[in-house]
Structures are given as C-alpha cells and as structure tokens.
Design a protein around this ligand. Structure first.
Ligand SMILES: C[S@@+](CC[C@H](N)C(=O)[O-])C[C@H]1O[C@@H](n2cnc3c(N)ncnc32)[C@H](O)[C@@H]1O
Length: 383
C-alpha cells in the first residue's frame, strides 16, 4: 500500500496526547512540532484518524514541504508538486488558509493567489486543458510558512473535527470539544473513576469523557471531504473504518460522571447535548453552585473550566470564585483536580500551588492547566 504523510494540527500544548492517539491507531510518528503531529500511513490512516481522533481539528495530506523566501520560489516549488496525484481534472481546488510566522513571505492573500496560479499551471500541463470546470469534489489546501519553510497540506476532513454534531446548544464561553478531550487525556482518568465537572456549561467535558469511556469514536456519525475523492479512492477504507468504529463501542460500561452548573439553562443544554451524543445514560447533570459540591466518595476526579474573568465575570467576582474553588475542592479528601483557566493568579486565590502547571492555548488565548494530583486508590485485591 502506498504510504503518505498526514498532519494532525492540535491545540498548542496538547501535542503529547495527539501523538499518543496516532500511536494507539498504530501509525509511525514522523515529527511532533508546536501545534501539530505528522505521521505516516496509507489511506486507511486518513480514514481511521478522521473517525477516531479526539484531539485534532483535521487531518491534512502533506503534499510538500520546501523553502521559499520569494514569490518566485513559492510559485516554482508549488508547481513542482504532483497535484494530479490527488486532484482530478474536475476537482475544485483553492488555498483556503495561509499562515505565516517569522517568514519573508507573509501576505496571506498573495500567498494564496500565487499558489493557486502555480497549481493551475501544473494541472494544465498534466491534463492538457486550459480551463478547469471545478465542478467536482473539493480539495481545499492549507499552507503554513514557519521561518521560510512552507508546508502544504490538502484538507481531507472538511468541517472541523471539533464539530462532533452533539453540541446543538451552547453557552457563552464553551471549550472546544477537541480541547476538552485533550484535557481529559492529559489526566490519568479512566472510566472506572468518578469524574465531576462543577462548571459544566454546555456539558462538553462530561460528554467527551463519557465518549472516551464508552469508546465512542467522535467522527463515527459524520462525513468527511475525502469520502468522495476519486484519484485517491478511499471509499473502501472509510467503510472499514466506520465499521471498526461501530464495533468498538462499549455498551455495558459503568461510569459515574457528573456535571453541575449554577445556571439551570446550562443544565438543560447539557442534558440535550448528552442525549444527542448518545451518552446521557452515563452522566448525571444537576443545577448546583460550586460551594455546595460535596461527596462521600474517595479518589474522584474534577476536570473543569471555570469562568476566567474575561468573558463571564469581572475580576473581583472571579477572585472570590477561585477562593471558593480552593476551599471546596480541598474539602474533597483524596480527590485529584484539574482546572483550565486563563486567570493569571488562579493558584494564589485557590490557595495552593498546583503540582503541575501546563501552558495550553485555547485558540489565541493563553491558558493554564492546573493539575492537583490526589493519591492513587489502593490496588484491588486479586480474586
Ligand atoms: C467557562 S463556562 C464552562 C463552559 C463549559 N466547559 C462548556 O464547554 O460549555 C463556566 C460555567 O461556570 C458556570 N458558573 C459560574 N459560576 C458558578 C458557580 N458559582 N457555581 C457553578 N457554576 C458556575 C457558568 O454558568 C458557566 O456555564
């Protein structure tokens, strides 16, 4: 089988879990860089990654990587790419996004139009036609230029992978599904441990956790751009990958996942969303302010995304809320708690330094994933 390189872009700071997902699928890692993981595999890799991966926004087919400091170099190197290996004569192709960091070429619109021209030139020579109808399948191209190195990828996904299809109702400041899944996977939580999100909003963290626990592949009920591609014909691989995902769902898992919020509308939304995701039976949602959180159970997990102060509350209120968080979470003896926040002084108001503090980017927003690790539960005696 022919092998290709695939790029999985992820949130900055979550590369480790993105890499782990690729390895779990059985593919070789080529490179891990800030915000992306490159791996090698056949067309099956594209299909299985699109359907199963929780931490990436999309899967790109890496078409080339080259150095370009001038538009001429950009044009010539883009023209050298064997676009006909991927795009048929009636394909619709364009540069949908161009990002440039610390590079001589930086104007996205110029990069886009020069590369499109180069693609047309290459395809004209190959297909021996001078006009392209572009009425076939779509081949959007994404380009990143970092320190003059251009990486060219064809988007195999289409609508971002964070759009799982279950979040029909949303709150003012939701966390993306991909980031929520990454946070859960950055912790040692497993389906047999209690998980509570006391600031559940639209329910993203509990829902993603339940999907992980029940092995529900996030993309098993949606479509991908590359499903109908013709030159790279992956239809058979998609069929197998969808069947594999369906067969992998566990229907008999016992999980104790709870989502709370002070706002009754959020609780309603979470319930609707969990129903759409097919995980409502695993999660208990209820209206409850954080200071009323308590549990007689031991060794639970809290993974949560409280208000930061920017979008939902003013600074003074937020500082008071973080003091309450500190008091309440500490009273849960033996629990581990994990908090994603953009609040620079969160640890100070929580009243305890985190065991680990990982910097993550939620889009352009710098956030901190504060990790307070409780003790491990004693090993169950062998029976
Ligand atoms: C940043 S949002 C959480 C978003 C959520 N992760 C999602 O993806 O939808 C913070 C949530 O905290 C809730 N909240 C604010 N103050 C609270 C309190 N004292 N107790 C419980 N929930 C609170 C808000 O209603 C809001 O839904």
């Amino acid at each position: 089988m022919e092998l290709y390189e695939w790029i999985a872009p992820c949130h900055f700071g979550t590369e480790a879990v993105c890499k782990k997902e690729v390895q779990k699928l059985g593919y070789d890692i080529v490179q891990v860089e800030d915000g992306k993981v490159t791996f090698r595999g056949g067309l099956d890799a594209m299909c299985r990654a699109n359907i199963n991966m929780r931490t990436t926004e999309r899967i790109l087919l890496k078409a080339a990587s080259f150095k370009a400091e001038t538009f001429e170099e950009l044009f010539e190197n883009t023209k050298k790419i064997a676009w006909e290996r991927y795009i048929p004569r009636n394909g619709k192709f364009w540069i949908t996004k161009a990002n440039s960091i610390k590079s001589k070429l930086f104007s996205p619109s110029d990069i886009q139009s020069i590369m499109k021209k180069a693609m047309v030139e290459r395809m004209k020579e190959h297909y021996k036609i001078s006009w392209f109808p572009e009425d076939g399948e779509e081949y959007p191209v994404r380009v990143t230029i970092v320190k003059d190195i251009v990486t060219v990828g064809i988007d195999t996904t289409g609508v971002s992978l964070h759009k799982r299809g279950y979040r029909k109702m949303t709150v003012k400041a939701p966390i993306t599904e991909t980031l929520a899944a990454s946070l859960i996977m950055l912790t040692p939580w497993k389906y047999d441990r209690i998980l509570v999100d006391p600031f559940c909003g639209s329910g993203t963290i509990p829902i993603e956790a339940a999907m992980i626990g029940a092995c529900i592949a996030p993309g098993m009920n949606r479509h991908f751009l590359s499903e109908n591609w013709t030159v790279l014909d992956a239809a058979g691989y998609y069929k197998d990958a969808f069947e594999e995902a369906k067969a992998g769902v566990k229907h008999d898992v016992e999980m104790n996942i709870q989502g709370y919020d002070i706002d009754p509308e959020c609780v309603k939304m979470s319930m609707v969303n969990a129903g759409l995701a097919g995980v409502d039976k695993y999660i208990h949602f209820q209206r409850r302010p954080v200071d009323e959180l308590s549990s007689s159970k031991k060794f639970g997990f809290i993974i949560t995304n409280p208000p930061y102060g920017e979008r939902l509350m003013d600074k003074k209120e937020v500082n008071g809320l973080y003091e309450t968080i500190g008091r309440t979470f500490r009273s849960l003896d033996s629990w581990s708690y994990y908090i994603i926040t953009a609040h620079e002084d969160a640890e100070r108001y929580i009243g305890k330094k985190a065991d680990k503090n990982r910097k993550l980017y939620n889009g352009m927003m710098k956030t901190y994933f504060l990790q307070y690790m409780g003790p491990k539960p004693p090993k169950k005696p062998a029976t």
